[in-house]
Each structure stands twice: as structure tokens, then as C-alpha cells.
Design a protein around this ligand. Structure first.
Ligand SMILES: [Zn+2]
Length: 192
């Protein structure tokens, strides 16, 4: 049976704040987890009219493994191909720090303005266990920082938790509206 959007865990599940472990050997189990991550992301996207499932970390399907999958084409919902990063490491941060909106499949309907480096160098293993390196910038750099955070038990809202102006809610019409920080953020029992 393939994974679905119901396989994706969400806050307040405490696993999202735990560190994942390195993958020592790429076994059939690891390949199955990767396929589950892709299937769950696509199934989630099919249920969300205004959002694209751009990436996922293994912890989000409740497997504490340092594995992430990132969409190859963020602009075409029909392109279901992903790049797989096993044991990804950021080897260098470059460029300026920029704020932009970020969401997460494990934090439903909430968006935040998160500061991130605009350029990175990342090293990882592919699904065959071969090392590769990429230099990324812009939105892809943001996505990789967000996903590698997941492997370290960090959720995007943790970067902005003290910023009352940084939290937004996705409305049914697809627009973002600023959230009342006192009412819906700082005292939330779901988020923290
Ligand atoms: Zn996320």
C-alpha cells in the first residue's frame, strides 16, 4: 500500500522536534521510505488547491532518518520527479540573509516570513549512495535549509517564534492574512 497525505505527521507531534539519524546503508527499506515520501507529497498536493508540495523530510512520514526529497520543478504540478538527498549537509552559507514566506506540510495553513541565507553549498548521497554536491540559491536554497532543519528537529516556526509580525494564515481563497500573535501563535498548544 502506498503512502498518502494521512501518512504525514503534523504539529504537535513531538517527533518533529527530534534529530533524525544518519543513513548507514541504502536498503530496500530506505528506498521504500523515499517512495512513501514522494507519494505522500503528491497526494497532499492533490488535496490543496493553492499550494505545491515542494519537498519533504523523512521525519514528516514519521521516520527519523536523514533523508529529504525535493521537487525538480516547482512550477509544474504535473512534473512528479524529485531529487533525493541522503544525509544532506550544508557545507557553506553564502549570500545575504533574506526574508520570505515559508509553509510546511506538517504545520497546516500557517505561513511565516523566515530569514534564510540566499545561497548555499550542500553535500549529500544520492539513492545509489554516491556523493554529490550542489550550489543553490534563491527559493531552492530556502527549501533546502527548511528540509535540512527538519533532519535536525527544527521546524520553520522555531526561527520566528519571537516575531509577532511574522505569522500568517492561508485563507480558503489562497491569500495570506496576518495572524493575531497573542491569540493564535504565542499561546498555541499545537505549535510549541
Ligand atoms: Zn516542512
Amino acid at each position: 500500500m502506498s503512502a498518502t497525505k494521512e501518512s504525514i505527521i503534523a504539529l504537535p507531534n513531538a517527533h518533529l522536534r527530534q534529530r533524525s539519524r544518519r543513513v548507514a546503508i541504502i536498503t530496500d527499506d530506505i528506498r521504500r521510505v523515499v517512495q512513501d515520501m514522494i507519494d505522500a507529497t503528491i497526494d497532499w498536493e492533490d488535496s490543496r488547491p493553492h499550494e505545491v508540495g515542494v519537498a519533504l523530510a523523512a521525519v514528516q512520514v514519521d521516520r527519523l532518518l536523514r533523508v529529504i526529497v525535493v521537487r525538480n520543478n516547482f512550477d509544474d504540478k504535473n512534473d512528479h520527479t524529485f531529487t533525493i538527498f541522503i544525509n544532506p549537509v550544508i557545507t557553506k552559507y553564502e549570500g545575504a540573509i533574506e526574508e520570505d514566506f515559508e509553509g510546511c506540510l506538517s504545520v497546516p495553513d500557517i505561513y511565516g516570513k523566515v530569514p534564510r541565507y540566499s545561497k548555499l553549498r550542500v553535500r549529500a548521497l544520492d539513492i545509489n549512495g554516491r556523493e554529490f554536491r550542489v550550489n543553490v540559491e534563491g527559493f531552492l536554497a530556502r527549501v533546502l535549509q527548511h528540509e535540512i532543519d527538519h533532519t535536525n528537529g527544527v521546524v520553520f516556526i522555531d526561527h520566528i517564534k519571537d516575531n509577532p509580525k511574522a505569522f500568517f494564515r492561508l485563507k480558503d481563497d489562497g491569500h495570506l492574512e496576518e495572524l493575531d500573535y497573542e491569540k493564535h501563535v504565542s499561546n498555541s498548544r499545537i505549535l510549541w
